[in-house]
Write a protein that binds this ligand. Structure first.
Ligand SMILES: [Zn+2]
Length: 291
């Protein structure tokens, strides 16, 4: 993260890559078929392509890496760090936090992921993205307990980071009760700005998951460009966070789309590419928390 004082860009773009690889398939999808597992294996191929693209464009990015992926692909994980990109926490075996059921079990998984990233790549991540974007009621408390500075799994805004809360109360016969703000920045996400539902063809018997995917990149390009154009017009200083997966965006025709999109953004005035951690840091500096 840079502490240099530079003029604030009128738009910040954060390219984020969830490097789930095989963990996604053998974890939540319970795959044991070598064919299914090989779909995750392709993530390593995609990741190398993405690293080359980022290097050519001189763009810093954030990779949320599961502990299992770090241990399965240690050289690639270290290459991400060596290239100057940020690594974030993404569970160990892509565990959906809600499915872990207790804070104790969720803490164990957090620690297991931290240990893997530390031993493989020597990093202690400041950011967390929950697998499947499904925080439990105690995720935020656990992240603060473990010293995280931001998380990126919620959708309460689109281009404006905000402070997380704990202790929200759900009332079915009255208003929703918002809990107090806490010292954790949310870098919001959206399924619209995620490559997975647009592109990934998925039928998993074990979970009943069924997604058509296989969208033409031109359709996704239109959605992502218009989201960005709207942000530039209506949300000055906004943060545009794209969530992608090496095993999804790493296919040739999709990577060509990403290259076009990045070139189009880079050609515009006032657009800066940043890691998600640096963007969260900038938000902290500009928006002191008020309870
Ligand atoms: Zn994931």
């Amino acid at each position: 993260m840079s502490d240099r004082t530079e003029p604030r860009p009128s738009a910040t773009v954060c390219l984020t890559f969830d490097f789930d690889a095989i963990s996604l398939w053998i974890g939540p999808f319970a795959a044991r078929s070598p064919s299914m597992i090989s779909r995750g294996e392709f993530g390593a191929v995609g990741c190398e392509r993405i690293l080359r693209l980022l290097d050519r464009r001189q763009i810093p990015a954030t990779f949320f890496v599961t502990g299992h992926t770090a241990e399965t692909y240690p050289d690639l994980t270290r290459a991400i760090v060596a290239a100057g990109h940020e690594i974030g926490h993404h569970g160990y075996l892509h565990e959906n936090p809600l499915s872990l059921e207790t804070p104790e079990r969720e803490r164990e998984v957090l620690l297991r992921g931290l240990a893997a990233l530390e031993s493989v790549a020597g990093v202690r991540p400041l950011g967390y993205r929950s697998p499947s974007w499904d925080n439990s009621p105690w995720t935020v408390d656990l992240l603060i307990e473990q010293g995280f500075r931001y998380e990126s799994s919620l959708m309460g805004d689109d281009f404006t980071p905000y402070w997380c809360r704990t202790g929200d109360q759900i009332q079915e016969d009255g208003s929703y009760r918002f809990g107090p703000l806490v010292d954790l920045v949310e870098m919001p996400v959206s399924w619209i700005l995620d490559d997975f539902p647009h592109f990934e063809y998925l039928r998993v018997r074990a979970t009943g998951a069924n997604m058509p995917g296989l969208s033409a990149p031109s359709k996704v390009e239109e959605i992502w460009r218009d989201e960005f154009t709207f942000m530039r017009r209506d949300v000055p200083g906004g943060v545009f966070t794209l969530t992608m997966h090496p095993q999804v965006i790493g296919r040739g025709h999709r990577l060509l789309m990403l290259e076009r999109l990045v070139d189009w953004m880079q050609a515009q005035d006032g657009v800066a590419f940043s890691t998600l951690g640096a963007a969260a840091h900038a938000f902290r500096a500009a928006h002191p928390m008020r309870q």
